[in-house]
Design a protein around this ligand. Sequence first.
Ligand code: FE
Length: 207
Amino acid sequence: MAGSNRRAFSRRKFLGALATSAAPLAFLLQARAICGEKGQLVLAPTPAAGEPLKLTPEETAGPFFRPDSPAKTNFREPGVSGIPVKLTGFVLDPKRNPISGALLDFWHADDRGEYDLGGYRCRGHQFSNAGGRYALETVVPGLYPGRTRHYHVRLQAAHGPILATQLYFPAEARNDTDSLFRPDLLLNVRKSASGVVATFNFVLELS
Ligand code: FE
């Protein structure tokens, strides 16, 4: 369902942009390439083996980042409620090699849409394992004014630059109106017996 909603959303957003385009010819050609001759959505091709992966885009860290978060892979502590999420994936370099030992510092609003500004509830860091994998047990974040649903994360491979970015949920009504939302930062989400499994692979430059 999430996939069909995402496609519907993407096409709706795209056609909205098409209607307001100031460069009709170039935009129509682009529209045809993406939507196809009959308007159906044509998904971007999966990169061929050997083709470099696109770097994960940077987004603002926003005003609620706090340094010195504790090492923590489970945010579901006393006082934290909400739908359980297992957020997991890999940290890769553009050549698809796993990056071990990469720092991932997560923070997000709790299920009431509130950030902990005095402590470290829903805040914590971890390092990717030898296979480049990370895993965080947390909850679906709540909404707060002006933003769609999102997680924040700062990543850094050893000796690499810091990348701040955000992760988004598919089929969220506010994705349409949040200017920070990017479809290439959408989580892949599926229901599990205990809640939700959300996956995202990060691609970092190494230096
Ligand atoms: Fe935020």
